[in-house]
Design a protein around this ligand. Sequence first.
Ligand code: XMP
Length: 327
Amino acid sequence: MENQMRPAQMQRINTPALANAFIEEQVREVRAQVGSKKVLLALSGGVDSSVVAALLIKAIGRQLVCVHVNHGLMRKGESEQVLEVFRGQLNANLIYVDATDRFLDLLAGVAEPERKRRIIGGEFIKVFEEEARKLEGIDFLAQGTIYPDILESADGVKAHHNVGGLPEDLRFELVEPVRLLFKDEVREVGRALGLPESMVERQPFPGPGLGVRCLGAITRDRLAAVRESDAILREEFAAAGLARQVWQFFTVVPDMRATGVRQGRRAFDWPVFIRAVNTVDAMTATVPELPWAVLQKVSARILAEVPGVCRVLYDLTPKPVGTIEFE
Ligand code: XMP
């Protein structure tokens, strides 16, 4: 546990100079730890795994093997960005697995939120395990564990397993270069490594992805409505300068329909809920007073551009009583 604890004298990494010093130190440590061996990393495209990937590419180049599993529940453009940044710009040794059909077939007809989560988590491990077995000569597993994960595990708040659940015969030695950093420090390091701002400043996104925002049993058409409406919301928030001011925002499509009228004919389509919250630690959250013009613009665009939607609502519920996600 000792080298798991942050030394009391460790400076908060809040400048590019401190980030660069940290990067140099970690590059040395990682090289000393892995030598000429290979390291495997599940690269989701989230802040932590992206920063670990960029750091390890700097340290050991193509000895790092990244696996990006697209479970079909990513936001619009997310997997493409992972490919573009890591394969295109950083010359990463990156295996891309499009497992969309596997996940959506397994999830068909499953409405209970926790069962959906278990299926998505379990299948993710399975796909990752299959890829790991195809590879040879891997000795290390890199993970984007950060300091709050360690603190919360020690407190018993949550069991932290980044790629938990790999079978006994697939146990690798761990490489966790950002394990002593807080989130803001991980972002500072990511910036110093040259990752794009949209990746470094990415808002929290749940592991089960859009799967818990397409309420009830997931269907491909409703999932597309979640993805398209979410993309519009993100675009408009960015254009209005709200993206960095609101902690988390997204859209949700429930498993119900409402009547509407389109071109003089009755419609019976889905509503889209907009959820936006501000919080410090996600334990409680408030709902920001969004500019009316932004809400109107988002609403008009969703109604005009997203097939199957005939209504847009803004969720006014703080946490508690409502959780941030709907499921
Ligand atoms: P709730 O809905 O519990 O969300 O108020 C608090 C924060 O946690 C995120 N969240 C998840 N993250 N797997 C994750 O990795 C999950 O199953 C999950 N459920 C919620 C949520 O987006 C919010 O930031």
